[in-house]
Design a protein around this ligand. Sequence first.
Ligand code: F6P
Length: 468
Amino acid sequence: EASHSVTRAGAQVLVASNRGPVTYSLGDDGTLDAKRGGGGLVSGLSAIGDDADALWVCSALGEGDREAVRRGVGEPGVRMLDIDAAVHADAYNGVANSVLWFVHHMLYQTPLEPAFGPEFRAQWASYEAYNRAFAEALAESAGPGAAVLVQDYHLALVPGMLRELRADLRIGHFSHTPWAPVDYFRMLPDDIAERLLRGMLGADRLGFLTGRWADAFTACCVAVLGGTSGTRIGVHGLGADADFLRERSRRADVEERLAALREQIGGDGTRKVVVRVDRTELSKNIVRGLHAYRLLLDERPEWRERVVHVAFAYPSRQDLAVYRDYTAEVSRVASAINSAYGTDSWMPVILHVKDDFARSLAAYRLADVALVNPIRDGMNLVAKEVPVVSDEGCALVLSREAGAFEELGDDALVVNPYDVSGTAQALHTALTMPSAERAERTKRLAASATSLPPSQWFLDQLQALTAP
Ligand code: F6P
């Protein structure tokens, strides 16, 4: 265990996010094990180099993280905040993931529509306290005139709070989610809607993944506040990291999983494979995807024994009952398909729920069809990663509600995520696409998907924020 000073005073570039680049697990013998994460921000931040005076401020998320903070264990360039566990739970589970996530993705359904009463008000107080803790830590760690890039809906109030503490800073905020249309956004109590927007507008510059989300945000500001009070708004469509993915997907652990998956699929390599890889997340629309696949088997019996649906649905936000129920529903529907159609020599759905990045890459490599059908999604990087990694070309069935649709729509088979019949039809079209056409489309998809690699995505934002 290395011990470092985890508060870098005078940092010139700061990133703030709920989930940081490293997480600690606490072993039974008291040892701390660090696990480093991937993703766009990690590779983005690495682009500014190790020497840069950069600091990532994030939250301690579990007992391991909290213990690491207590012992003063940490990574250089990372400051983990040990915010009271109950405050964090209210802010993260209560406000961010049960309310803001649902509003931005338009996920509320009767009878789950919100009733914003005293319980919500108490959680909101925690959300404010949580945001304040970040603002104070950033104010303490930032050097004069530093650039601060705040991430996502968890920290929407930070720009305004930080501005009050440190008028000298350049403050940016980036939304990784969609933004709701005005009528839906106004489901929030008026004072909360106003505070969220004003909090974000405390930034010098706001970033979104697509023009559609940026326009929706602007429309909300106009409707609720009368305008955006001069805050600059930019669009930065995060792309896939081609160099990393191509190298990573050819390593031995991926080859091993490829062989194991082929074995599980069976049929001596003659079966077509429909792949999906998601967090088990309501917005990803996994259950309707399974229903569409079932419909395909039902209406087009010629596909029985000739296709397998490889579905990876990794655990997410299991503190919330609605996510636990959804996880159970995914398993139930997958099993029902296997009971109804499976034979001794053919399992129609292979469902894996244990997170395994190497196995995801193996599935990307062998997919004939990728199914990406979210109800709404800020971007969706799976849609961008599959064409880059694919061995022989892969047809992409893509929801028009994914941010990635703006860049990939021309070469994907586009679906309305609620239309199960339409999705079944798109799966059939994808499965029967001639291989030359599939290869051509995959090439174009990969080119669009990698046009803004994470390093450039990050540097563009930094540059736009610090430009005079
Ligand atoms: O899309 C927003 C986001 O914060 C992503 O950056 C990330 O993939 C996801 O949500 C992670 O959620 P959580 O941190 O709750 O697991």
